[in-house]
Design a protein around this ligand. Structure first.
Ligand code: UDX
Ligand code: UDX
Length: 465
């Protein structure tokens, strides 16, 4: 088998960038990204590249080069599944919101639906690759659905066979393209050696083979879950220490630096902040807790649950701290919110700490002026659950201009580490804020000395006085 045609179901934050990079490095392969969401597909096909559905540094350039040549975006699942030699499943895998495992287990309905589409339309031998992060042993579900199709068609004598591989994504938003082009490792799990080789051959077009790790299916699925759990655990660990630093007069930045310089620990993922957001960490750890409980490993489940608890606690403690510093009440006070995305260099707001923090501040009676260089107003409306048609009664407003965001506010709260926040003109800002003015910096992004020099009170995460 020589892979000539790839189909990817799911044109989201994972499917879009991953397929773009494959198309870039494999000009001989036709890559078709399909999605049930018509609006999303038309955004991927937008002439104006600044209207692509997701923002990722470096993505635009690849789309410009490959789209229409060997990279295509379509809603036609049937046609593209039929002609594919290899199909990636990159659909979203949300946490269940009702029924057994509600709030913890992963809802596999989209993965199952995709598997059924594949089983219906695939022809000949097809390699099916699970790209979405899934609970351990999901490949078994996918296989069972596909095998059922094989039995059906065997009766009608159409050839239809499948191999299932697990190939988890390790891309972080904001650096997705460089993570894909130069990954720490590529993980491929499976039982069919030939199918594994086909996928290895694709990646080895641009990645050194020593970085491609092959395992059994379950080890691959579990490794992805555990990688995310370890990363999230580091963030919760450093966030607990930020509170200790504030209480004792130490400085979190120095502590992180000193601790991270030990090669055994490493310097990454030691930035204290408002807690982790994004589509993966919370969902994956909840799933780990669920799986551990399922196997009767209650201590294991409790251990990982704490990582989630600390994440919520950090956000709660920030709100309490803001209220306390602002003379015990923020009712009718104006607060500028700087950054709504869950981290810099993305327009994604899924599980962003800003959502809970803003909701709590509104509950306390504050009026918010929200600015983010990449997040659009309709997205914030969706997250804060407010009525778009009822704008005049809202407890917040969207700000297009960073400078105007500070006008007449009592405090400015920094929630995303956008680079432009590091070089603000505090002299000008101090003139337009209401006095006494406050800056709350949860990302250690602003220049504390400059803020103080201009007569503004400042609190920074993990900075004990
Ligand atoms: C990814 C992963 O795949 C998921 O496992 C991970 O944990 C979160 O991130 P992501 O690409 O970020 O998903 O999700 P999203 O941006 O929501 O894109 C998924 C796409 O799949 C959506 O555009 C949705 O319309 C599409 N979809 C969903 C289908 O095409 N068919 C379906 O049946 C369901
Ligand atoms: C994560 C994983 O990094 C990636 O490998 C996986 O495939 C998908 O999930 P992502 O969610 O895009 O990627 O972003 P990541 O950079 O991991 O950040 C997650 C959250 O942790 C963000 O809210 C970020 O601000 C926060 N974070 C990260 C910290 O608070 N401190 C840090 O030191 C690092």
């Amino acid at each position: 088998m020589n892979i000539k045609n790839i189909c990817c179901i799911g044109a989201g934050y994972v499917g879009g960038p991953t397929m773009s990079v494959i198309a870039k490095f494999c000009p001989d392969i036709q890559v078709n990204v399909v999605d049930i969401n018509h609006k999303r597909i038309s955004q991927w096909n937008e002439k104006n590249l600044s209207d692509l559905p997701i923002y990722e540094p470096g993505l635009r350039e690849i789309i410009e080069k490959c789209r229409g040549k060997n990279l295509h975006f379509s809603t036609d699942l049937k046609k593209n599944i039929e002609k594919a030699d290899m199909i990636f499943i990159s659909v979203n895998t949300p946490t269940k919101i009702r029924g057994i495992g509600s709030g913890q287990a992963i809802d596999l309905k989209y993965v199952e639906a995709s598997s059924r589409e594949i089983s219906k339309y695939a022809r000949g031998h097809t390699i099916v690759v699970e790209k979405s992060t899934l609970p351990v042993k999901t490949a078994q579900t996918i296989k069972a659905i596909l095998d059922a199709a094989t039995e059906d068609v065997n009766k009608s004598k159409i050839t239809k066979t499948f191999s299932v591989l697990s190939n988890p994504e390790f891309l972080a938003e904001g650096t997705a393209i460089s993570d894909l082009e130069n990954p720490d490792r590529v993980l491929i799990g499976g039982e069919d050696k030939e199918a594994i080789n086909e996928l290895v051959n694709i990646y080895s077009k641009w990645i050194d083979k020593v970085k491609v790790l092959t395992t059994d299916l379950w080890s691959s699925e579990l490794s992805k879950l555990i990688s995310n759990a370890f990363l999230a655990q580091r963030i919760s660990s450093i966030n607990t220490i930020s509170a200790l630093c504030e209480a004792t007069g130490a400085r979190i930045k120095d502590v992180s630096l000193a601790v991270g310089m030990d090669r055994r620990i490493g310097k990454y993922f030691l930035n204290s902040g408002p807690g982790f957001g994004g589509s993966c960490f919370k969902k994956d750890i909840s799933n780990l807790v669920y799986i551990s409980n399922h196997y009767g490993l209650f201590e294991v489940a409790n251990y990982w649950q704490k990582v989630l608890d600390i994440n919520s606690w950090q956000q709660k403690r920030f709100v309490e701290l803001i209220v306390k510093k602002m003379f015990g009440t923020i009712s009718s006070k104006k607060i500028a919110i700087l950054g709504f995305a869950f981290k810099a260099n993305t327009n994604d707001t899924r599980e962003s700490p800003a959502i809970n923090i803003c909701k709590k501040l509104i509950e306390e009676g504050a009026f918010l002026k929200i600015y983010d260089p990449k997040v659009k107003e309709h997205q914030i409306i969706k997250e804060l659950g407010l009525n778009e048609n009822n704008k005049e009664h809202r407890d917040w407003e969207y700000s297009n201009s960073i400078h105007k965001t500070f006008k007449d506010v009592d405090a400015a709260l920094f929630l995303t580490e956008w680079c432009e926040f590091a070089s603000l003109n505090w002299r000008d800002i101090s003139k337009i804020m209401r006095k006494p003015s406050w800056v709350f910096d949860t990302r250690s992004i602003v220049d504390m000395d400059l803020v103080k020099e201009n007569g503004i009170n400042i609190w920074q995460v993990g900075y004990g006085n």
